[in-house]
Design a protein around this ligand. Sequence first.
Ligand code: GLU
Length: 302
Amino acid sequence: MSVTLDAPSRPYRGRFAPSPTGLLHAGSLTTAVGSYLEAKRHGGEWWLRMEDLDPPREMAGAADAILRTLAALGFEWDGELVWQHARHERYRAALDQLLAQGHAYGCGCTRREIAEAGVRGADGMVYPGTCRNGVAAGRTARAWRLRVDDAPTCFVDRLQGPYCQRLQSEIGDVVLLRADGFWAYQLAVVVDDMAQGMTDIVRGADLLVSTPRQLWLRQCLGGAAVTHCHLPLMVNAAGEKLSKQTLAPAIDAASAAVELRRALTRLGHTPPPDAGSVAELWQWARAHWQLARVPAGPIVIA
Ligand code: GLU
């Protein structure tokens, strides 16, 4: 199966999809700003989706805090705010469809067994395909996986350029439903982007490595074409991605204009000094935004 990559012909619809595992920080804010301006530049819609599917990793109060911070920064979103925790039946229906079509299968392997197979790939250990033709006698399926192949799966990122992976040897068959019973991000994000009619996905470059498997899954589910644009990765002085784990400070909504100006500057757009308020900054940014000015990254934030 080859993945087709023609551009969507539908009107632009983009989104920001934070996971409430921590508060908004410089990296996630910059991604939100870029995806918002790219949508506005195309006269499109910009939706918000809370990706709260992984309770063990979530932080109490983070979802509401993210929404408050976005509102304080002047973001306005279209459509209804979607919460992934309320969409389990959609993920179940997608998995059932994939199973019925032979694209998915149950897997009885443990994490340790996969690690022992010892194949390191583009994003951690590669699943060696042990259960592709059925779970071994005496074992039961713990997780469900998507079958991939080894032809190059390629796309052209609007900022990062051409990107290809041989999914079977670089990633391995993709987990859809985890052994701990939670839906995998990879399944939920594709199901929701399809169900919500997203046409253009603008997000952080840490997800570039996930895009070929998402395109593959989208094709299996019969989804329409989408474009991708991966904004520069924000790293700290040690070169680590900004995140709660690397202790990135939370955005302070009380300094909304300062934070917005910083995010725009990181994206290659330096507002004039007289654009002082949040409203003036957005007005300037909407008039001047050009993806061509955005650096591919990574960007070091001291
Ligand atoms: N929820 C994901 C994250 O916060 C982003 C998903 C996406 O934009 O595709 O990293």
